[in-house]
Structures are given as C-alpha cells and as structure tokens.
Write a protein that binds this ligand. Structure first.
Ligand code: KG4
Ligand code: ZN
Length: 344
C-alpha cells in the first residue's frame, strides 16, 4: 500500500498527515500558532516562519507515529509549495525536500488551493466530475469552476478582504481573540440576525466577485456602541447573515451560469454553521447538490495535501526534488484566469 506524507505550512498552521492510496487519512496533525499572533490581531509572517521551523519536525514525527508508520514505509512526500506566505512556505518546502532526498523518496509539489478543492473530492468522489467550488478562508476567497482534475477556472474572487478576514476583523471589534471566525459563529448562534441590516456587498452586481471590506465600517460603528453581550450576539448574527447571503447567492449564480448541478465548499469559513445549514437548502430549490467538506478537512491541514498527491501519483506525477517555493502560483492549467486575491 502506498503511503504519502503531506506537509503544509502556507500560513500559521504547521501540518503533517499520512494518507493511503485509497485516500484514507491515517493521521492528520495540525499545530496552530494562535497564541503567537493574537497580540497582533493578525498573522505576522516573520514570526509564523520561525514557529514553523521550530515545530515542523515534531509535527512530522507525530503524524508518522499516529499513523503507526516509519519514514521508510512511505512511498512519497508531498508539500504545498505554491500558495501562502513565502517564508512559511519555504520552511515546508525545505523540510520536505530534505526528507525526500535523505530517504530516497519521490517529492510531489502541491498547490494549497488545489488541495482545498481536493478536500471536498476526498469526502465525495462524485466531485471528480465537473462542479463549482467555493473556496473561502482567510488567505483566499474564490469561486472555481472545476472541470476535472487539474482543469480549474477561477471565475470569481474577492477584490479586497476575504470572508475569513472579515470574520476575524469583526471578531476583534467584538473583543474576541484572533482568529475569531469560529467564535463569531458561536456568538451568532445566540443572536438575532435581523437586528442590523448590514450591507451585502456586490450581491447584485452581476459578477461573481466578492468584496467584504465595505462591511467592516458599519459593523465597527455598531460594535463600538455596544452595551451588552446580548448586543454583541446580535451584531455577530447580523454580520454573519450578510456574509452568508452573499456567499450563497454568488455560488448559486456561478452554478447557474456554468450549467453545473454540483457545488462544494472548502476552506476555514466552510466550517460556518449558518453556511452549512443554509447552502444545501437554498441550492436544493434550484436542483443543485452541495458537498460540505468535513470541518477537519476545511481549515488548513496536510491531509488534503497528501490526498491530492495520491491522486497526482495515480495520474503519473513525477518527482521534483529541486522544487522551489513559488507562492501565488497559478491554479491548474488555466494560468491566465488566475489572479490571487490581495489577501493571499
Ligand atoms: O482555511 P484556513 O484554516 O486558512 C486559510 O487558508 O486562510 O481558514 C482560516 C479562516 C479564518 O479567517 C477563520 O476565522 C475562519 O477561517 N473560520 C471561520 C470559522 N472557522 C474558521 N469563519 C466563520 N465561521 C467559522 N466557523
Ligand atoms: Zn487554506
């Protein structure tokens, strides 16, 4: 049985995972750096890279131990070398390269966003067919027309902030520690989503692009005047409602425009409770099926990297021991269609 070790260091999560050739996740270890960056209310690239360098070998060892395999049992190593903060990506790439060379193993390069796309396919093989993928996180926010493996067209992207960044900023206005998406989600569960009518940016502009920066100021102005925790829950719920309305509407317009009847949602914001509850219901009304990626595969992880590498190996991918870190690389073959959002 072929086992692949995946390594992922795009941003502030140091991750390693072992996935077998039937795409079963044998282990998936994610070492987050929340405490390092909380004081700065955002990821500090220099600090992120240093933390990766400190812990990466421990994370790799833990992934191997939890999978109950030795490094010699592996058939390949995979690494994200194509998206993220350059210094962070370099740590993952140099670790993977060192392990591959010293063990005489093939090294498979992977694009972080393609790995997110593949995280949905891992949970629903029906998605090997054509579909629309909403990839929505902190470092990326795009609608991707997936025609097949390696054939991606980015048909919408954020023009400013990603939805994840908007959640994180609103969380900071509400006094929540970075990254705040999951806590804004939890707070929103006890709030009234109709309490404030926040803007739905670009909802009806006829494009598939997003813009979340304009939502910050009205939310901040309300948050500054808050008197109670109950008030904070109403702000969180109304903000979440506005973001989710836009994400759902644009995703379904994309499916309609492209004549596609399947959509997937991936990335950290795909953990959001309201999005997960509502997208399948609204989509069903237009005959569109939704794959909700399991939360452990939504936020940054290395299982999606190792899984995608398994698929690439099936398709005859060649080892590339001299690979470089090339963050903001194009996604798939349609390079001309790809421009990373500014949050990347
Ligand atoms: O995929 P991810 O781990 O990293 C990137 O590739 O960016 O996504 C992290 C983002 C953060 O902005 C975080 O606040 C957001 O995903 N997030 C959520 C939820 N859980 C994580 N946003 C909304 N609701 C959630 N439940
Ligand atoms: Zn990501």
């Amino acid at each position: 049985m072929g086992l692949v070790l995946g390594i992922e260091t795009a941003c502030d999560d140091t991750a390693a995972a072992v996935v077998d050739d039937e795409l079963r996740v044998r282990s998936s270890v994610v070492w987050g750096q929340k405490q390092t960056h909380q004081a700065f209310n955002g990821v500090v690239p220099e600090l992120a890279a240093r933390r990766h360098a400190e812990v990466i070998m421990h994370v790799v060892k833990q992934a191997l131990d939890e999978a109950n395999v030795r490094i010699g049992d592996l058939s390949a190593i995979a690494v994200n070398n194509q998206h993220g903060l350059v210094r962070s990506v370099v740590v993952g790439v140099s670790t993977a390269r060192g392990l591959a060379v010293s063990q005489g193993l093939p090294l498979i390069p992977v694009h972080h966003v393609e790995a997110h796309v593949f995280s949905a396919i891992m949970s629903n093989p029906d998605l090997f067919k054509e579909h629309i993928c909403l990839a929505v996180a902190g470092g990326h926010n795009a609608l991707i027309h997936v025609r097949g493996m390696g054939d991606y067209e980015v048909i919408g992207r954020t023009l400013d902030d990603s939805a994840g960044e908007a959640f994180d900023k609103v969380g900071s206005y509400l006094g929540l520690p970075f990254p705040a998406g999951a806590q804004v989600d939890a707070l929103a569960r006890g709030g009234n989503p109709k309490a404030y009518d926040f803007p739905r940016p670009k909802l009806k502009d006829g494009t598939l692009n997003f813009s979340f920066s304009g939502l910050k100021t009205p939310v901040r102005m309300v948050a500054e005047k808050l008197q109670s925790q109950e008030g904070a829950a109403d702000v969180a719920a109304s903000f979440e409602r506005a973001v989710v309305d836009v994400l759902i509407a644009k995703t379904l317009v994309a499916a309609e425009q492209r004549g596609v009847s399947q959509v997937s949602v991936v990335g950290g914001v795909a953990c959001n409770t309201l999005l997960r509850q509502e997208l399948p219901i609204v989509a069903a009304k237009s005959g569109v099926k939704v794959t909700l990626t399991p939360p452990r595969l939504c936020t940054d992880n290395a299982a999606m990297v190792a899984g995608l590498a398994q698929q690439k190996l099936r398709e005859g991918a060649q080892s590339k021991l001299d690979l470089d870190a090339t963050p903001n690389a194009p996604l798939g073959r349609r390079a001309a269609n790809y421009r990373p959002n500014q949050a990347s």
